[in-house]
Design a protein around this ligand. Sequence first.
Ligand code: NAP
Length: 339
Amino acid sequence: MEMNQNPPSIDPRKVPGKKLNNGAVIPAIGLGTFGSDNYDNETIAEAVRTAVRMGYRHIDCASVYGNEREIGRAIGDLIAEGTVKREELWITSKVWNDRHGDVAGSCRQTLDDLGLEYLDLYLVHWPFPNHHAKGVTVDSRDPHAVPYRHERYMETWRAMEKLADEGLVRAIGTSNMTRPKMELLLRDCRIRPAVNEMELHPHFQQPELFDYLVSEGIQPIGFSPLGSPNRPERDKTPQDTSPMEDPVILEIARRHGVHPAVVCLKWGVRRGEVVIPFSVKPEKIFSNLSGVTGDSLSADEMEAIRKTDKNCRLVKGQVFTWSGATWEDLWDEDGTIKQ
Ligand SMILES: NC(=O)c1ccc[n+]([C@@H]2O[C@H](COP(=O)([O-])OP(=O)(O)OC[C@H]3O[C@@H](n4cnc5c(N)ncnc54)[C@H](OP(=O)(O)O)[C@@H]3O)[C@@H](O)[C@H]2O)c1
């Protein structure tokens, strides 16, 4: 599709929303802003301008993406030009692993960078304080990396709750949590998480965790909803599969006359997820939005895609493992938290 000065747009009121446990309604599609080290900050900020002019109202940010200042300028421009009002936007950000002990300071920095007085949603990006430098290889390890400690996580969560009390963030949530960790959090929290942001696509459907979250009133937000084809090399292994190349998805895409990416998004939204696909390309940004506002998949198509699940985790988190641990230890797959 040729894009000119006036890109096509979709009425944001046509975008489905999901009501969270704090009463707020989050748009079911948001623009991801992690460029996987492939795009510079200005290019991603320009994608935000394009997306909001096209009708997106939800932007998924994080301090670790290193581009909140540029995105803040884009948001400021969009408000100044009259495209959108602050209250019509849904802005998510996340506290990075190296700031678990200074949630308030990290949030203030994000608000300052984004030029906002409040966030709609603030997440704990990972349940571990382990971090890595930008652009590291898969073999890189944080020498101070440690396993999950619930007491320490609860200190971070108490600081998240305080931000919600103060009105600096309207909702708080988690990311990359497992069921055993979530059970402990739900036992000990004062304010329940509104969402858990997690990897979700046809080849990694996480049905048990998904159903558990929904049963607890926690909204799943699906990251890498297209299978993150351009993710950093550190997150790729030879065993990885690609939902956008799955024959079942290709056949449904052919039937609907859309790109397989759009099928992945239609599937996610009909399943009850919020999806946050990334792109900086106007034609892809638009087709993703029009996909979730257009016709939906049939029950048979949903069932056919359900059967494509390969339990293939793509964002494994190798760089967050501690001494002696493997990436599987991050995910508590046998139901116990690894120490
Ligand atoms: N909470 C977390 O720990 C976490 C982890 C990972 C990601 N996230 C969030 O989730 C967002 C999305 O995840 P992701 O970036 O890993 O992967 P993704 O959205 O699954 O895939 C993005 C890639 O798909 C391509 N694409 C997008 N729309 C397309 C279309 N209509 N047709 C064909 N290709 C299309 C893009 O290509 P181009 O490059 O050509 O535009 C882009 O490189 C991130 O940006 C970030 O905001 C959060």
